[in-house]
Design a protein around this ligand. Structure first.
Ligand code: MN
Length: 324
């Protein structure tokens, strides 16, 4: 059983590093923290890292200040590296992939169906709603105490990756896990206010920009929005502000596929894709362009000009919409 294999590795080693994907979301942050705190409670020396800072909206989580930026060199004492919520190695980020290249003991714990199993041990539950749910089951199997701080981290991971328990990935077992987390000390009103009702004004201003300029086409089945680099600079917005934009344009009645195009400073285009139609997998579309994710939520990063990339990706989506 993979849970036991991972437990025996954890028991065998003392200095353990935990890392998740760049531009961490609630699942990446909550999963890093929940596992980190649980391992600390087991007496381990734990380092929690991320290539990017913890988003401000998750800074309330107890222990989130322990998630630090990457070290300059791989710490010589590091014995075990655990990657959470990260579907492929390069999603750890440009610096992390160089820093940990060739590291001899990597455990990959994830829930992305497109996971490339880059670890020496891989716990990948592709139909699980959140990495936080995979971890919840593993920690329960290990017999770990779910402290209030761990419960809050896991709840944040699970809630944010299910759109507050709205997506079809929300199973009875997941709801039972959420109930157990409430029993373990999550204050559900407080945590939901902190996660969903304390949005920075700058983010809401970006939302307004998106609503002003989104395009709905393909008989109302496709919504998209493009954020050119110049416009980002004019509005003075950072990466945090552009994270969940696709969730705004996907709510349009009748829309089946939504995509956001964002011109990044490094010459690449970031795309965030969502499907509301079980017949259309945006992971399949994303994989045509080197991206990946889940059937209903996927992402792509590729080099190129915004116009050109948009033309190609929209053509692939229109083809799907017209044939299904
Ligand atoms: Mn996730």
């Amino acid at each position: 059983m993979i849970y036991d294999t991972i437990l025996s590795l954890v028991q065998q080693y003392h200095h353990i590093g935990i890392i998740s994907h760049f531009r961490p979301d609630g699942d990446a942050t909550g999963s890093t923290l929940a596992l980190g705190l649980a391992l600390e409670n087991m007496g381990k020396a734990v380092s929690m890292w991320n290539e990017d800072a913890v988003p401000a909206r998750y800074a309330f989580l107890e222990g989130s200040d322990k998630i630090s930026s990457l070290p300059e060199v791989t710490p010589p004492e590091l014995e075990l590296l655990i990657c959470v919520d990260t579907g492929d190695w390069k999603r750890l980020g440009d610096r992390a992939t160089v820093l940990f290249a060739g590291f001899p003991r990597i455990i990959n714990i994830d829930h992305h169906g497109t996971n490339t199993c880059y670890g020496h041990e891989n716990l990948v539950e592709g139909d699980s709603a959140a990495c936080g749910f995979v971890l919840y089951n593993m920690l329960r199997h290990w017999g770990c105490e779910i402290t209030p701080a761990i419960a809050n981290a896991l709840y944040t991971a699970i809630s944010t990756d299910t759109g507050s328990f709205q997506y079809s990935s929300t199973t009875p077992e997941l709801m039972q896990a959420a109930a157990a987390l409430l029993a373990a000390g999550v204050d559900v009103g407080d945590i939901n206010r902190r996660i969903y009702q304390e949005i920075p004004l700058s983010t809401l201003m970006v939302n307004r920009e998106v609503l002003n300029h989104m395009v709905v086409e393909c008989n109302g089945m496709l919504s998209h929005y493009s954020m050119p680099a110049g416009r980002k600079a004019e509005l003075g917005i950072g990466p945090e502000d552009t994270k969940d934009l696709v969730d705004i344009i996907r709510t349009v009645q009748g829309v089946r596929v939504s995509v956001i195009f964002e011109d990044l400073e490094d010459g690449r285009i970031r795309m965030s894709l969502r499907s509301k139609d079980p017949q259309i997998s945006v992971a399949d579309i994303a994989s045509q362009f080197g991206g990946g994710g889940h059937a209903m939520a996927a992402g792509i990063r590729m080099k190129g000009e915004l116009e050109d990339v948009r033309t190609r990706v929209l053509a692939a989506i229109r083809e799907q919409l017209n044939t299904k």
